[in-house]
Structures are given as C-alpha cells and as structure tokens.
Ligand binder design. Structure first.
Ligand SMILES: Nc1ncnc2c1ncn2[C@@H]1O[C@H](COP(=O)(O)OP(=O)(O)OP(=O)(O)O)[C@@H](O)[C@H]1O
Ligand SMILES: [Mg+2]
Length: 305
C-alpha cells in the first residue's frame, strides 16, 4: 500500500484540488499547528472509542451516524477509523477521495461535516493490510501527529473488534480516550462485550457507557420483535456501573445506507434508528470525563469537565 511516510521524513506536497492561493492559505494555517502528541492534537477533545468484544455488533455504523448527528448539532467532529484491518468508515460515510497532503500534514476529507481519517484513505479496498505490532503503532501515531485535526470537540474512534494491539496503542497515544462499549441484546453477547470493558479498566481507560444495538425490529404491524433477545445492554451497564446510553433498533435502511455510503442519519433523519442514535448522542454529551489518565495529568485522578 502507499503507506504514510515514516515519521519526520519528507512527503510530497499534494495540493491537488486546491488553487495556489488556497494551498498557501492552508500552509499558513497549518504550519504553527503541527501537534507533537495527543495532548496538542486534542487539547480539549473528548475522545470516544466505540469498542466491542466481538465483531459485527455495529461499531462502525454507530460511529458514522453518531458523528454525523453530533456534527449536525454544531459540534466539531472527527472520526478515526482505527479498524486498520477491516476499515469501513470512508465507504460507509461516502468518502472515496484521497486526503490532501499539505506540507507533510494530512488534511482529512470531510463528509456531512465530519472529518475522517482511515487507513482506507491510503490503501485500496481490495488489498489486505497486514500490520505487525511496531508498524501498527507507528501508523496510529502518525494518525495523531501528522494529521491536521483542527482541534475537534469530539473524536469518535471506530475500533476493530475484540481486545488487542489497537486498544493498547490507542491508550498509549491518546490517554484521554474513553470507551463506549457496543453490544447486542442477548446475554451471551453481553458476556463477550464485558471483555472489552475489562480490558479498558485494566488499561486504566474510562468506560463511559454502553450502547445496545439491534435491540428490536419493528414490524409493519407496529409490534417490536426482539430478534436477539433482550436485556443484555442493561445488564452490562449495571455490571460496569455505567449508564446505558441507548438502544438502537434493527432497521434495514441503516444497513442499506451504510452499504451505499449514504448514512441513514442524513437520508432518513426521522427514522426510528436515527432518532435512537440521536438520543445516544445526547446521552453521551451528558456524561462527564471523570478523569484523565496519568501521562497527561501527572497527578492523582480528578474531575475534568
Ligand atoms: N441497527 C442496525 N440495523 C440494521 N443493520 C445494522 C444495524 N447496525 C449494524 N447493522 C449492519 O450490521 C452489519 C455490521 O455492522 P458494522 O459493520 O457497523 O459492525 P462492526 O461492529 O463495526 O463490525 P466489525 O467488528 O466487523 O468492524 C453491517 O452490515 C451494518 O450495516
Ligand atoms: Mg467495524
């Protein structure tokens, strides 16, 4: 793949799509802002990593639609697609173009008001990507320091399924990351989701809440069918002693929108799923970051608003 160049090495200035005057303007604005670490890239950003113990529970779909809804509400929002093996965010949100690179800084493409950074923007979808531990770390750290994040209010991180290297690396790179655990309603799934939460706790990362996805399907008869059982999200939230931020129903148009790159939050703002995700967004904003982890704070845990 056309990987990002190693840290500190020269990268071609790619200002395609910009006029000379615009490129000059971008350069002027970018130059003083190159971050050296996450505390500079995200000085006042709340970073939510959507995580799960297993795959296919809806992390990516929720990341995309949640981000769009938050942007629609006037927040500055970015999405980091940290699923470096199974990246899907650009396709789901409908971004096909490559990012612009200006003076070694990647200017992320935007869709529906959301800035998106993903390996997919540097690779083609058919080529499988194999990352060894150190390369993975290097690439994710480049995503932090070599991207013009423009100080978002909120960064949604779409995590790969399960617990692993990416979670460890993210914890190290962005210590202020908070985990939002996504689960499906059946009790067995909730046990698996617990693993992601335990891993977060072990890494001293705050778990901020639980979202239950695919909670029910509303038939044409208006009846809610609980296809995957019930109660898993509530149970997990109780066990973790965090809020259940919401339940999102199974809505075929959500999947179709993701497949087409036309997210349901844009095409069907009144859909049952969109309204449910909007209420997750609102619930998320009422939570607080209780503390930052040590590398940034260098002191005892305390309340940060
Ligand atoms: N609430 C929903 N209603 C209908 N379809 C959904 C819903 N949530 C997710 N899906 C669909 O389920 C599939 C899996 O969702 P998604 O890719 O978001 O999960 P994921 O947790 O990110 O998976 P992975 O772990 O493989 O990255 C997708 O086809 C998506 O469109
Ligand atoms: Mg995914």
């Amino acid at each position: 793949m056309a990987a990002l160049a190693p840290l500190g090495s020269p990268v071609d200035v790619d200002v395609r799509g910009l006029t000379e005057a615009e490129a000059h303007d971008v350069r002027q604005r970018l130059q003083p802002r190159r971050p050296t670490d996450a505390s500079q890239a995200f000085p006042r950003t709340r970073v939510f990593a959507l995580s799960s113990g297993k795959g296919g529970v809806g992390k990516s779909s929720l990341s995309v639609n949640l981000a769009i809804i938050l942007a629609q509400r006037g927040h500055r929002v970015a999405v980091l697609d940290a699923d470096v093996y199974g990246f899907s965010v650009p396709r789901m949100i409908g971004i096909g173009r490559k990012p612009t690179i200006v003076d070694n800084l990647v200017v992320p493409p935007r869709a529906h008001g959301v800035a998106v950074v993903s390996v997919a923007l540097f690779a083609d979808e058919e080529t499988p990507v194999i990352w060894r531990g150190p390369m993975l770390h290097k690439m994710l750290s480049q995503f932090v320091v070599d991207v013009h994040w423009d100080e978002p209010d909120l960064l949604i991180v779409d995590m790969p399924p399960g617990t692993g290297d990416v979670a460890l690396t993210l914890r190290e790179l962005v210590p202020a990351t908070e985990v939002v655990v996504v689960t499906t309603p059946q009790p067995a799934a909730q046990k698996v989701a617990q693993r992601a939460a335990y891993m977060a706790r072990k890494l001293d990362v705050q778990v901020t809440g639980v979202v239950e996805n695919m909670s029910w399907f509303t038939g044409n008869d208006g009846v809610r069918y609980e296809l995957f059982g019930a109660g898993g999200g509530e149970l997990l939230a109780q066990q973790l002693d965090v809020p259940l931020l919401g339940q999102v129903p199974l809505v075929p148009a959500l999947r179709e929108g993701s497949d087409r790159g036309t997210p349901i939050a844009v095409t069907e703002p009144e859909s049952e799923a969109t309204r449910a995700i909007a209420s997750v967004a609102e619930a998320l904003l009422t939570t607080r970051r209780a503390r930052m982890s040590l590398p940034i704070l260098q002191g005892p845990a305390q309340e940060v608003t």
